[in-house]
Design a binder for this molecule. Structure first.
Ligand SMILES: [Zn+2]
Length: 239
C-alpha cells in the first residue's frame, strides 16, 4: 500500500526547497503514515488499549521504522497513543463513563460561554473558515473510504470547535479544552453507533448565529450541540 523508500524523515529541515528531489516525498510519506495509523485508531481497527508494535506496523505499511515512530510520537501528543517504559506503545483505552461525564461537564461550563464571547470578535475571514470546516464535514459524509472519511470528520469537528475558541480570545480556555482531545475520544466512542448527520445541523445553527452576530443565540446553539452530543453518546456506556 505504501511501499516506498524512506529517504529521511527530517521533515522540517528543507522548508526552503533546497536540494530538489526527495524533499517533498519524505514529508508526505511521514504524513501518509501518520494519517493511516490515525484512521486505524479512530475506526478501532487498532483496538483501544491494544499493544502497538513498531515492527508490525512497518511491515504492514511497507515502510521503515522511522516514520512509524514519528507518527506514534505525534499520536501520543494527541492523546491517542500511550507510551509505557519498557513495554512500548499502545492505543489509548476508551474513556470511562466517569471521564465522559467529566469531559462534558467541563465542555458545558466553558464552551457555550466562550462561543457567545467569540461572536463579537470573529472576523469575516474566520467565519468563512468556520463555515468551510463545517462544509468539509458535510461533503466528506457522502463519499470516499469510510475509515478515512470518519477520521477526517473527527478532525474537522476538532477544527470547528477550536476555531470558535480561538475567536473567543481566552487562550487558557482554548488550551484546557484542546488538551482533552475531546473530539478524538468521542469519535472513537461512537464508531460503532452512529455517525451523526444531526451534528452537522447543529453546527449550521451555530454558524447561523455567528452570521447574525447574535451572541445569545450562538451561546445557546453551542449548549444545545454539546448536550445533544452527550445524549447521543451516553447509550454507549449501557452496553
Ligand atoms: Zn461539533
Amino acid at each position: 500500500m505504501m511501499a516506498r523508500t524512506v529517504l529521511t524523515t527530517d521533515a522540517g529541515a528543507d522548508r526552503n526547497g533546497a536540494g530538489a528531489s526527495g524533499i517533498q516525498r519524505p514529508i508526505s510519506l511521514a504524513n501518509e503514515v501518520y494519517e493511516t495509523i490515525f484512521s486505524q485508531l479512530m475506526a478501532l481497527k487498532i483496538a483501544p488499549g491494544a499493544r502497538i508494535t513498531v515492527d508490525n506496523l512497518a511491515r504492514e505499511l511497507g515502510v521503515s521504522q522511522t516514520p512509524i515512530r514519528e507518527a506514534l510520537g505525534r499520536l501520543e501528543g494527541e492523546g491517542l497513543v500511550h507510551k509505557t517504559h519498557l513495554i512500548g506503545f499502545s492505543a489509548a483505552p476508551q474513556i470511562s463513563a466517569r471521564q465522559f461525564g467529566e469531559l462534558y461537564e467541563l465542555r458545558l461550563l466553558l464552551e457555550p460561554h466562550a462561543t457567545g464571547r467569540a461572536v463579537g470578535q470573529m472576523t469575516d475571514d474566520m467565519l468563512a473558515t468556520l463555515a468551510e470546516a463545517a462544509g468539509v464535514m458535510g461533503r466528506r459524509a457522502k463519499s470516499g473510504d469510510e475509515r478515512a472519511r470518519y477520521s477526517q470528520f473527527a478532525r474537522q469537528d476538532a477544527v470547528f470547535h477550536d476555531l470558535i475558541l480561538q475567536s473567543a480570545g481566552n487562550e487558557l480556555v482554548r488550551e484546557t479544552l484542546a488538551h482533552q482531545h475531546t473530539h478524538f475520544h468521542i469519535f472513537r466512542l461512537m464508531f460503532h453507533s452512529r455517525v451523526t448527520e444531526e451534528a452537522l445541523e447543529e453546527h449550521e445553527a451555530i454558524i447561523t448565529a455567528f452570521e447574525a452576530r447574535n451572541a445569545a443565540a450562538a451561546e445557546a446553539a453551542m449548549r444545545i450541540h454539546i448536550e445533544r452530543s452527550r445524549d447521543r453518546l451516553l447509550p454507549v456506556f449501557d452496553e
